[in-house]
Every structure is written in structure tokens, then in C-alpha cells.
Design a protein around this ligand. Structure first.
Ligand code: AMP
Ligand code: TRP
Length: 335
């Protein structure tokens, strides 16, 4: 029996190379060794305001790009979170055992509360509880994510421990799996690459658009002129080379930068060529799938059916453990 793996991605915009290097590429490499479940987490997405009209399109878009990037529906289960109602049901139960203090410590909550001052809602606060329910509903043991999610997985483990201690041993403690690129910086070189900041390269961008973004991306800011030597370790373009380029090209970039043998644009052109090479098959596959969205809808429906069955079983076990199920009593007969 393969171990179960679960991960999620929010349908909140373009899928970018941070998602790809930090999560999706790792997911693809784990398809065979694990029983993999991936969810488009729309209930998480609505903790910040979303446009109801564009939500269905966004959900399909993220599903399509993930399939194109290698989530082969023959080798994993892909579904939309809100189609399996047990996620929120288990989340409620976990609310009753999660200390407020733990949620207050979550850095993602603190960051998002700052970004959305006008809408610091209870869902944003208890977001990691829903995430714990996502994982635990399928008793997943492995959770491949980027570094920004590690704190949430640690909290999931604590919730599992608390539940098991109070009600009996039902849930395994989930473990995060980090990729070799757990934190990709944005093209501004200051912030993590993120959908909410316009600092990303999307997985389905055209080569021309990728170049437009790369050509103005921030490099080592101390290298002001072409003739100045630079420090590759302080350059985000060099760090991206490590994920897209050959060992020879990575050496060429570092050496050329240190000796001022190459300019930043030479370095970017080489990176551009390699990013385009890796992303072109993904873009082409996505374009073909955009022409066949019914296929994607069908994949998501089948995924939801499989997950509904597993979720129902877990909830039955959970309710029994908590004492929330009435069992029929033997009928008393009068004598
Ligand atoms: P999200 O798009 O926020 O739902 O994230 C989906 C997955 O991508 C999660 O596992 C994140 O940890 C990961 N991720 C998002 N941004 C980055 C980044 N800049 N570097 C590495 N991983 C990331
Ligand atoms: N919170 C994750 C993110 O923003 C998405 C997510 C929701 C998730 N549920 C999950 C990731 C369960 C791993 C496991 O990226």
C-alpha cells in the first residue's frame, strides 16, 4: 500500500514559476511513490475577496495549468475542495481543539491581515484549521509544499496530536516535503514570488512576455555598470539559473558575473532561453486543454467522487470517536 499524499493550490490567479519550482514539479516526481490527492482550494481562496463571476474560470484555469504541468489524472486524484463538504465539517471539529494563541502566531495570517486591513475576517484567522482538515480527511502522511506553508503543517501535526490524545488514535501526523526550491523570490528580488504581487513569470506566458519581464528584473543592485564585477550570490537571476540551466551555464553565469566578463543582459538571455525551453511544452499542453475544458471538468468530477467516499468514511469514524452518533437501542418489551 502506497502512503497517501495531499497538497492544495489556491485558484487565485496565474500559476507561476514559484509554484512550479516550489511545489508542482515536486508533486509530479511523487506521483508514483505515493497515492496522491491534489485539491484546488476554493474555500481557502475566499478568505480574501474574490469576484464570484470569475471564480469558476479561475478554478478551471488552475486545474488546467496543473494538469499541463504534469499532474497526470491517470496517476493522481485532482478535485475542487468545495465539492466535498466534509472539509468544512471536519474543520469545525478541529476548531474546538485548536488554541487561539497558536493561530495568532501564524505568519501568513499576520501578513494577510496587513494586506487586507479592511477585511480581517474569522476565515482568514482559522485558515490553517481548514488546511489541517484537508490533509486529515484523507489521513495523508506527506504534504509537499513550499517553505511558506511549513508553519501550517506543524500546526496540523499539533491538531492531529490533540485530537488523537482526546478521542483515540485516528490521524497520522502529517509531514511536509520541501522541494529543492522551497522559496523562489520574485522578479523584484525583494519579495517571495507571489500571485498577489506583480513579480512573477507565469507558466503559460509567451516567450516575448517572459523576456519583457526578465529584461527588467532586478539583479545584484551593487553592480551599477557593465564593467563592474557583480556578486552572483546576491543576484536573483543567478539563483533562477540554478533551477533552469545546465551546470556549465550556471558556472558561466557565476564566473562571468564575478569577472564582469558578461553583462546582466547576456546572463538573462541565457536564462530566458532555458525557461522558454522548459515552459513551452507546458504552455502548448495548456492551450490544447483550454480547447477541451469539458475534459478538465470530467477529471475534477471523478476526483470529487473518489474523495467524497473517503471523506465520508473518515467523518463516520470521527463522529463515532467523539460520541456524535446515536446507535439504535434494543426495543424493550413489556412483560
Ligand atoms: P498558493 O498558490 O499560495 O496556493 O501556493 C501553492 C504552492 O506553491 C504552495 O505549496 C506554496 O508553498 C508554493 N509556493 C507559492 N509561492 C512560492 C514561492 N515563491 N516559492 C516556492 N514555493 C511557493
Ligand atoms: N494554504 C496553502 C497555500 O496557500 C494551500 C493549501 C490548502 C494546502 N490546503 C492545503 C496545502 C493542504 C497543503 C495541504 O499554498
Amino acid at each position: 500500500m502506497k502512503k497517501r499524499l495531499f497538497s492544495g493550490i489556491q485558484p487565485t490567479g496565474e500559476v507561476h514559476i514559484g509554484n512550479y519550482l516550489g511545489a508542482i514539479k515536486n508533486w509530479v516526481s511523487l506521483l508514483d511513490p505515493y497515492d496522491c490527492i491534489f485539491s484546488i482550494v476554493d474555500y481557502h481562496a475566499i478568505t480574501v475577496p474574490q469576484d464570484p463571476k470569475s471564480m469558476p474560470k479561475q478554478i478551471l484555469h488552475v486545474a488546467t495549468v496543473n494538469i499541463a504541468a504534469g499532474l497526470d489524472p491517470q496517476r493522481c486524484t485532482l478535485f475542487v475542495q468545495s465539492q466535498v463538504c466534509e472539509h468544512t465539517e471536519l474543520a469545525w471539529i478541529f476548531h474546538t481543539i485548536t488554541p487561539m494563541g497558536h493561530l495568532e502566531r501564524m505568519t501568513q495570517f499576520k501578513d494577510k491581515a496587513k494586506q487586507h486591513r479592511e477585511n480581517v475576517n474569522a476565515g482568514l484567522f482559522s485558515y490553517p484549521i481548514l488546511q489541517a482538515a484537508d490533509i486529515m480527511l484523507y489521513k495523508a502522511e506527506a504534504v509537499p509544499v513550499g517553505e511558506d506553508q511549513v508553519q501550517h503543517i506543524e500546526l496540523s501535526r499539533e491538531i492531529a496530536r490533540k485530537f488523537n490524545a482526546r478521542y483515540g488514535n485516528i490521524f497520522p501526523e502529517p509531514q511536509e516535503l520541501l522541494s529543492t526550491a522551497p522559496r523562489i523570490m520574485g522578479l523584484d528580488a525583494k519579495n517571495k514570488m507571489s500571485k498577489s504581487l506583480n513579480n512573477y513569470i507565469s507558466l503559460i506566458e509567451s516567450p516575448e512576455d517572459i523576456w519583457k519581464k526578465l529584461s527588467v528584473a532586478v539583479t545584484d543592485e551593487n553592480r551599477k555598470r557593465r564593467s563592474d564585477p557583480g556578486d552572483p550570490d546576491k543576484c536573483n537571476i543567478y539563483h533562477l539559473h540554478k533551477h533552469f540551466s545546465s551546470p556549465e551555464e550556471i558556472d558561466w553565469s557565476a564566473h562571468g558575473c564575478r569577472t564582469a566578463g558578461i553583462g546582466c543582459l547576456d546572463c538573462k538571455r541565457c536564462l530566458w532561453k532555458n525557461i522558454v525551453k522548459e515552459l513551452t511544452p507546458i504552455r502548448e499542453k495548456a492551450m490544447a486543454l483550454f480547447e477541451n475544458q469539458n475534459y478538465v471538468i470530467e477529471v475534477l468530477q471523478k476526483g470529487a467522487e473518489r474523495c467524497q467516499e473517503m471523506a465520508r468514511q473518515t467523518m463516520q469514524e470521527v463522529k463515532e470517536a467523539i460520541g456524535l452518533q446515536l446507535t439504535p437501542q434494543p426495543v424493550k418489551t413489556k412483560v
